[in-house]
Ligand binder design. Structure first.
Ligand code: ZN
Length: 200
């Protein structure tokens, strides 16, 4: 895109444009906002980025991002050591933590199996999960994976691989979202919710 901005600004815009959810147009707006608010935005953001780049690492046990090794969740002995919740990416872990409904530990796979994208078991942190499940402390592995073809393929593969360890393998229920109107739900969700019905 032709522009009268200098190379430094163009580089900033190009990098911002690689962020999820930011197209070229919003990247330009973001760059402009940063440059106009040097003290409130640009400098603190630049410091925060440098800090994160220097200190944040993936936890060797669960794969979560943290500044400590192991991460704060793995190190917290008050959490239930017998429960592992498997998520695709760190974003799923953060979502579970926001819900404050789970007090076990996590395992971040780093993706999903996908024949189409050429992602096989060796590219994901699956052996590490099997190792943890065989460690003796774990009683249940909860698969919190997306309700997509890849998500379900991965869940079935993990259930097969985990079977010899003897731990119980469960999946999140699919159904009517909290506050959801039946009218607005797609057929697949309604059919799943009906299959997963429970005593009232
Ligand atoms: Zn961890």
């Amino acid at each position: 895109m032709a522009s009268s901005a200098g190379p430094e600004i163009e580089r900033l815009i190009a990098l911002l444009g690689k962020l999820p959810g930011l197209g070229p147009r919003s990247a330009r707006r973001a760059a402009l906002a940063l440059l106009k608010k040097r003290d409130q935005l640009l400098t603190p953001l630049s410091d925060a980025l440098a800090d994160a780049a220097a200190k944040v690492r993936a936890c060797s046990q669960c794969g979560a991002l943290d500044t400590s090794e192991p991460c704060a969740i793995c190190a917290d002995r008050s959490r239930d050591q017998s429960l592992i919740c498997v998520v695709e990416e760190v974003g799923g872990l953060w979502a579970m933590e926001r819900a404050s409904a789970f007090r076990g530990r996590y395992h971040v796979l780093g993706g999903l199996l996908s024949a189409l994208d050429g992602v096989g078991p060796g590219s994901l942190r699956i052996d590490e999960l099997i190792g943890r499940a065989n460690g003796g402390e774990v009683r249940e592995v909860i698969l919190a994976l997306p309700a997509t073809v890849d998500g379900q393929t991965t869940a079935h593969y993990l259930a097969d691989r985990l079977a010899p360890s003897g731990v119980s393998v469960t999946m999140l229920a699919r159904g009517v979202p909290v506050g959801g109107e039946l009218d607005w739900l797609d057929d697949g969700t309604i059919a799943q919710a009906l299959r997963a019905r429970r005593p009232a």
